[in-house]
Design a protein around this ligand. Structure first.
Ligand SMILES: *[C@@H]1O[C@H](CO)[C@@H](O)[C@H](O)[C@H]1NC(C)=O
Length: 310
């Protein structure tokens, strides 16, 4: 058996040799690649664009441009934005999931909202968000707070395609549309703002189960439509355990946090989606509703931002 001392000695030897090898490599790479620019150019993006549909979980600022009270253009929204606190219209203290996805794929760190006048088609060619906080799969949900219905988001997408063709030409536009990553996140408002709030009459027309089936059918219809328009790589986020959203926990604070009944709706909705069979639910097996959520820290009102995920 080697003594600890011999061990240390050998380790020191190995380290020395490794350091020498590293120095040699460094020297070689320095003299071989002196013509390369430094820093090296970033690798090309993995997809040409990120294109977003949905509700407040992914709305990067479209509601700022429409006549609704459901806006997040005031503090404390945006208080953690890089480069200084500024409310951007994201229902969040900072960036939203599509922004992180965009950056991770080598695209800009913020996905611009289609209706934001600060951006143009040259920006949208690399990423665009059609989402509207407060909207849903059910047409009636968007009506509750006068936000953009999902069919209108699709209209904006059609218009975007026309503008894109004019900007980059027909062939490149087709490539961008078919190779882009589509991020879709929608559905909680159909329950929270519509069905459970008893404001549209849906609760009287349909049982929860029937309403779930109706929503799943709307989702299928939407996916079929953007597929016809050229979308191929689509991620459709599952519903979050919406009884644990900051808004619901705040309203339910006296009775102790998450609203179990709403989480129940979330589970059955996912079962309904799975029953249709044509979708593969990638997260169903591993995602569970949290039994206890942290106390809400957000002071914001309105539709909450990033749903808690497990
Ligand atoms: C929702 O509204 C759009 C536009 O008016 C319409 O085409 C669509 O059929 C509606 N969906 C349902 C389920 O009524």
């Amino acid at each position: 058996m080697a003594s600890p001392r011999g061990h240390r000695h050998r380790r020191a030897n190995v380290l020395q040799r490794a350091a020498a090898a590293a120095a040699l490599l460094l020297a070689l790479s320095c003299c071989c690649s002196s013509a390369d620019p430094w820093p090296p150019p970033p690798p090309p993006p993995k997809v040409p664009a990120v294109i977003v549909f949905g509700d407040s979980t992914v709305d990067t600022g479209n509601n700022n441009a429409i006549g609704t009270v459901l806006k997040s253009n005031f503090a404390p929204y945006g208080r953690d934005m890089a480069g200084g606190a500024r409310p951007t219209g994201r229902f969040c203290n900072g960036r939203l999931p599509p922004d992180f996805v965009s950056e991770a794929l080598g695209l800009p760190p913020l996905v611009p909202a289609y209706l934001d006048p600060a951006y143009g088609i040259q920006d949208f060619a690399r990423g665009v968000c059609f989402a509207s906080a407060g909207t849903g799969l059910d047409n009636k949900t968007a009506g509750v707070l006068s936000v953009i219905p999902l069919w209108k988001e699709v209209e904006h997408f059609r218009e975007y395609k026309r503008r894109l063709r004019r900007h980059v030409g027909r062939g490149r536009a087709r490539g961008i549309v078919s190779d882009a990553l589509y991020v879709v996140s929608i559905g909680t408002n159909d329950f929270l703002e519509n069905y459970f709030l008893l404001v549209t009459g849906r609760f009287a027309e349909l049982t929860v189960g029937e309403y779930e089936d109706f929503l799943v059918a709307q989702a299928e219809r939407f996916l079929g439509e953007i597929h016809r328009l050229g979308a191929r790589r689509v991620t459709f986020a599952g519903l979050s355990p919406m009884g644990c959203l900051p808004l619901e926990r705040t309203l339910n604070a006296l009775r102790g946090g998450c609203v179990d009944e709403y989480n129940q709706g979330w589970r059955t909705w996912r079962r309904a989606a799975a029953r249709r069979g044509r979708w593969r639910c990638l997260t169903c097996a591993t995602t569970r509703a949290p039994t206890r959520a942290p106390t809400p820290t957000s002071t914001s009102s309105g539709t909450p931002s990033t749903p808690p995920r497990r």
